[in-house]
Design a protein around this ligand. Structure first.
Ligand code: FAD
Length: 317
């Protein structure tokens, strides 16, 4: 079933979450270990992130460096198919512009259709370590909206080769990303929202937000979206703070703020076990308020670790 249909049919706030494919070489059991404990909350859909290939320099015994490509977390599409097969829950693969030509994107979308996967969260992706700024693949897409337009075309039966006859239109439900604290590259919030509206006007069915720890920022973001005519469902994304390290890591990777009260409470903890408890209590309060305000779904960034999300869900769903 499409995410948008889950949202339309919902009588209460839905529960959904996101996982990462395991590191290359690990078994899919590690994925199931992260999903099993959350099944009691009847997730409407499970997102699986996409991780593009990176380049590393390998030093040989003769001192020469070799540039080799590595994909640390392959398996997004396979994991989605496995989730649908094992749990009967809809899986949402993330698809990115980075590393894909339009041809490769088209072929990936065809694979998804053949597997019966009719959902996708469409993203640009970030720069890899060897790039100063995001660089599209030659013949690939520069922005999420360009990828989205390709998917919308396929939904209308328009493939890259316009000479193909009697093509089967695809049937994708399309999600896109939104940023309550602004995307870090956008010059200001208004421009970021203008581009978000362009994605919605071009055919996005719903928005999932970047993680945030201050609900006020989410509510302000939703209000601004509605003011400029973005009327699709907006799903808040939540992550639980589980260690002191994350006080620096999360803002630096995801370009978000951690509220002063949460920061001070975490710093006062004697170890990460206590920080996790503080993070869970914070997450419970955030979740309760979001449910009270009638958000369509709450999307938990579990990063493959279910314990904190399980405790929050038990207290709130
Ligand atoms: P875009 O919508 O293309 O926006 C990127 C920037 O360009 C923004 O600053 C925007 O304001 C601006 N912009 C947009 N359109 C235009 C335009 N036409 N002209 C000029 N400027 C424009 N990354 C992964 O690699 N894999 C994942 O699985 C993944 N999952 C994610 C899930 C969620 C819910 C979120 C919020 C992010 C995820 N990301 C993932 C990270 C994401 O790829 C990055 O945040 C990336 O930097 C931006 O992606 P986007 O789709 O928002 O880009």
């Amino acid at each position: 079933m499409k995410v948008i249909d889950h949202l339309k049919n919902a009588k209460k706030t839905l529960f959904s979450f996101e996982i990462l494919p395991p590191l290359k070489g690990k078994s899919i059991d590690s994925i199931y270990e992260g999903i099993d404990p959350l099944m009691e909350f009847e997730p409407s859909f499970i997102d699986v992130t996409y991780h593009r290939q990176e380049y590393v320099y390998k030093k040989h015994s003769n001192g020469l460096l070799e540039k080799v490509s590595v994909r640390k977390r392959p398996g997004t599409v396979g994991i989605c198919a496995a989730i649908i097969n094992k749990y009967g829950v809809d899986a949402v693969p993330h698809l990115i512009c980075g590393g894909f030509s339009k041809e490769e994107t088209e072929n990936a979308l065809i694979d998804l259709q053949f597997l019966g996967i009719h959902n996708a969260l469409l993203l640009r992706g970030d720069a890899i370590k060897t790039e100063a700024n995001f660089e599209p693949e030659p013949g690939g897409h520069a922005y999420a909206i360009d990828l989205l337009k390709q998917v919308v075309n396929m939904n209308n039966g328009i493939y890259l080769d316009e000479e193909l006859n009697h093509v089967a239109p695809t049937n994708f439900c399309i999600g896109v990303a939104g940023y309550p604290e602004k995307h870090f590259e956008a010059p200001n919030m208004d421009m970021d929202l203008k581009y978000l509206k362009m994605k919605v006007d071009a055919g996005a069915d719903y928005i999932v937000t970047q993680m945030f720890f201050d609900n006020k920022k989410f509510f302000e973001f939703v209000n601004k979206c509605r003011e400029i005519g973005i009327n699709v469902p907006i799903i808040p994304g939540l992550k639980t703070l589980t260690s002191k390290n994350q006080l620096n890591i999360l803002p630096s990777i995801f370009h978000i703020d951690i509220p002063q009260a949460l920061t001070e409470a975490a710093i006062a903890c004697k170890d990460d076990k206590q920080v996790k408890q503080v993070g869970i209590e914070w997450g419970i309060e955030q979740t309760k308020e979001l449910i009270k305000m009638g958000v369509p779904s709450i999307h938990f960034y579990t990063m493959g670790k279910s314990e904190a999300t399980k405790t929050i869900a038990k207290a709130t769903f």
